[in-house]
Write a protein that binds this ligand. Sequence first.
Ligand SMILES: Cc1cc2nc3c(=O)[nH]c(=O)nc-3n(C[C@H](O)[C@H](O)[C@H](O)COP(=O)(O)OP(=O)(O)OC[C@H]3O[C@@H](n4cnc5c(N)ncnc54)[C@H](O)[C@@H]3O)c2cc1C
Length: 407
Amino acid sequence: MSDPKSFDILVVGGGMVGSALALGLSRQGWHVGLVEGSERKALLEAPATADSVEGFEPRVSAISVASQRLLEELGVWSAIAAGRHCPYQSMTVWDGDGTGRIQFEAAELQARALGTIVENRHIVRGLFSALADSQVELIDGVKVTGWWQNQNQRGIELENGTMLGADLVVAADGANSRLRQWVGLPTREWDYDQQAIVCTVKTSQSHRFTAWQRFSPTGPLAFLPLLTEGGDEHFCSIVWSQDTEEARRLMALDDGSFAGELERAIERELGTVESISRRFAFPLRQRHAKDYIATGFALVGDAAHTIHPLAGQGANLGYGDVRALLDELAQARKSGLNASDDLVLARYQRRRKGENLTMMAAMEGFKQLFARDELPLRWLRNTGMRWLNQLGPIKNRIAAEAMGLDA
Ligand SMILES: Cc1cc2nc3c(=O)[nH]c(=O)nc-3n(C[C@H](O)[C@H](O)[C@H](O)COP(=O)(O)OP(=O)(O)OC[C@H]3O[C@@H](n4cnc5c(N)ncnc54)[C@H](O)[C@@H]3O)c2cc1C
């Protein structure tokens, strides 16, 4: 067998996280390959006009200010912001079973927005347009089917039989990462026994550039504001996490009955629900790799951790990983170290594991607190929310953390 084509760094998976990482690494001067199972042509396709609920992509992300900064530094945010996106200035969170309510305001933080809702495919499209003008060698439309390693190198096998080698392989191949399994990095995981129902709706009232989140014992419901090209403020992306049985019942309803349930569940904050796109349901599972690294190997994004979508932090945690790995590898390059240097990878793991675990634990605590119906817990969360809402500095500190700002 001839020697496999070789890179400094091979990134597997060109989703929101892997494509950003590949772009950043190549800008640092590393020889980078990016392997993505989908065809680049499909990923670069122009979006449909959003003049109806079906015009929007079903999957969206609440991009934090810190993630936006990273995308700005990579030079892709202006392309993303030239397309459909919706900055939101307020966030309202309340307990459907009580009187507790918290309101976060960008103005109180001297910020222009708390975050921006963007369709996932727009972010990937922006990144792939930039990749086309970069030094990254993009290997698209082909899946990785295997992993190999010898004393000095390691690499992957593609479904067409091609072998590729690298000093460092980074897995950004999503929640069910095959690479993580082949390399043998175990995970700690548990099933929430919940599903997230995702769709787009049009409401009779404007969303008022607010992200709405109502908690109930069977799970949280989020209305995330969207904006059409023409500036119509009546569209929202829904993420409705519900216990599996309840999610199945909701999925089986016809559109009219589902709209009625949604209006009741959000307490008609946005008036009536006038139209609903096709609905999708995702099973929810918390997953965290016990280690993010092995010799010449690292995990980023959902391949390392998946989190409940109740605070919309999944992609933001992934971008936190990208930021940390870019910092450590820039330093390694300056110092003349290899990309696979053990200490460099260990520093990356140390920086990210604690932060990701803290966020995951906080989400779990939130979910448990709102799932319980006992009177003392209901009192605690309602009193806690009202109390927190009146405490400007602490509340703003929490908001700044979620936005990824240094408060
Ligand atoms: C219902 C729901 C709502 C969410 N809402 C939010 C939100 O509001 N805000 C937020 O920040 N996050 C949110 N998230 C989480 C967010 O979507 C994920 O964290 C994010 O998409 C992870 O990006 P990634 O690039 O790590 O993985 P992925 O997006 O899964 O990308 C993996 C890529 O790898 C490729 N790939 C996989 N296997 C192979 C292979 N063998 N060979 C070649 N290529 C391969 C795939 O084609 C894909 O392009 C939500 C998640 C869910 C389920």
